[in-house]
Design a protein around this ligand. Structure first.
Ligand code: PEP
Ligand code: MN
Length: 449
């Protein structure tokens, strides 16, 4: 910390600052310049002299080190990895996607969503039980019964679950039923709650406050860390700005800024960050591209009839398409051999004969595409229908092979478009099949009492 004295400061005022510093067990290094005196303050508890700026003769106080110690990468250069039920978030780990409804509305809604998001590759299930709504008349969540449903969903689908805690008194119930405690944007500065989750053994996902600076957000994380809980995940969920086209302004620059200041894992919430379904996928991809360790996405079986945040919730299909896109962008190197070169056309052939060959090829392609879809379905049937089974490595290898096929007139980009479409169509068939199995099972189970 550096204390800059006014040019008019007297020797008595400089001595006053030095005395105050020393009374607090800190050291003062006085440097007398031609125009003014500056005093370097060194010691471990600089907070105790935060009031130096109010002393006579002081012009300004400049902090050199960050006010958050435990959260700062100065204090801990190695990046924190948060582990929860086999899922790891942080340095060197694959992007972790958390997905599920804004609010738990019923067992059916939650289980259906859990099954769908798991199938598509989500690693954590979200679901609000206590909803901090702007209006007291809006749906407030099912409360404790929703936590129990999340627990059931965890047991049924093996996904860790995350839910927002709003009352410190509820922390024990959350510890019993959920794997990650969420502190919502509206509670980022609820210091009693931060201390309570800081004493929990569960990891905490700390959302950025609606109007919080990055420093305030990191100080909120510091509350949790200093209370003894090292497993804090930061979540950028958009801040309030003058812009009204989006619900919030998703501050993606926060990700690299945080990266340079803290070792804590960072995730992005494009659902609350934008408020509009159509904007969720592009901003999710942007969040992944900017280096987030994970994403949290609202998904609902019937967004139009969701009890909260339907406008920003993705349908299962939209979520599946987003996951496909995220997978396509996850680079997995392939060592597979390149394909055999394609047969060259015969220049002496009549045009009619060439067209006949094209027709024949199209018929074969159609049959092969159908055969490929049947095989994809067979794979789907043989694995647990609720499990995510896309073989990312093989898909990536296929796309890379396509992109390296330079033996014909198609460019790598054009070839990739074809194979990309093939993979999407295949997944669409699998998804439809999974949906029909779910519906058949629900029909067989009969109506619920
Ligand atoms: C939520 O995730 O359900 C939520 C209420 O988010 P936020 O605190 O970011 O508004
Ligand atoms: Mn929500």
């Amino acid at each position: 910390m550096i204390v800059v004295m006014r040019p008019t400061a007297t020797q008595g005022e400089v001595d006053g600052v030095r005395r105050t510093v020393e009374e607090h067990g800190l050291e003062a290094f006085i440097s007398v310049g031609e125009e003014r005196t500056v005093i370097g303050v060194v010691g471990s508890d600089l907070e105790s002299v935060a009031h130096l700026g109010t002393l006579e003769g002081v012009e300004q106080v400049i902090r050199i080190s960050s006010p958050y110690k435990l959260a700062s990468s100065e204090h801990q250069p190695e990046r924190t990895r948060v582990r929860v039920n086999g899922v790891e978030l942080g340095l060197g780990q694959e992007l972790v996607v958390m997905a599920g409804p804004c609010a738990v509305e019923s067992r059916e809604q939650l289980m259906q969503t859990a099954r769908a998001v798991k199938r598509e590759g989500a690693r954590v299930l979200r679901g609000g039980a206590f909803k901090p709504r702007t209006s007291p008349y809006a749906f407030q969540g099912l409360g404790l019964p929703a936590l129990k449903l999340l627990h059931e969903a965890h047991d049924e689908y093996g996904l860790p679950v995350i839910s927002e805690v709003v009352d410190p008194a509820d922390v024990p119930a959350f510890e019993e039923h959920v794997d990650i405690l969420q502190v919502g944007a509206r509670n980022m500065a609820n210091f009693v709650l931060l201390k309570a989750v800081g004493q929990s053994r569960r990891p905490v996902l700390l959302k950025r406050g609606l109007s919080a600076t990055i420093e305030e957000w990191l100080l909120a994380a510091e509350y949790i860390l200093s209370a003894g809980n090292p497993n804090v995940i930061l979540c950028e969920r958009g801040i309030r700005t003058f812009e009204t086209a989006t619900r919030n302004t998703l501050d993606l620059s926060a990700v690299p800024v945080l990266r340079s200041r803290t070792h804590l894992p960072i995730i992005v919430d494009p659902s609350h960050g934008t408020g509009h379904r159509a904007l969720v996928a592009p901003m999710a991809l942007a969040g992944a591209a900017v280096g987030a360790d994970g994403l949290i996405i609202e998904v609902h079986p019937d967004p139009a009839n969701a009890r909260s945040d339907g406008d920003q919730s993705l349908s299962f299909e939209d979520f599946g398409a987003l996951m496909d896109e995220l997978r396509r962008l996850q680079f997995v190197r392939s060592t597979d051999a390149p394909p055999a070169p394609a047969a060259a056309p015969d220049a002496t052939e009549e045009i009619g004969d060439v067209r006949d060959r094209i027709d024949e090829l199209d018929a074969r392609l159609a049959a092969m595409v159908q055969e490929r879809a049947s095989l994809a379905l067979e794979v789907q049937r043989r694995r647990d229908v609720g499990a995510h089974g896309h073989d990312v490595r093989r898909e990536r290898a296929l796309l890379e092979r396509a992109a390296s096929g330079t033996d014909g007139p198609m460019t790598p980009v054009e070839l990739t478009m074809v194979f990309d479409a093939l993979l999407r169509a295949s997944r669409s068939v699998q998804r439809r099949h999974a949906q029909s199995v779910t519906e058949a099972e629900a029909a067989a189970a009969g109506p619920r009492p």
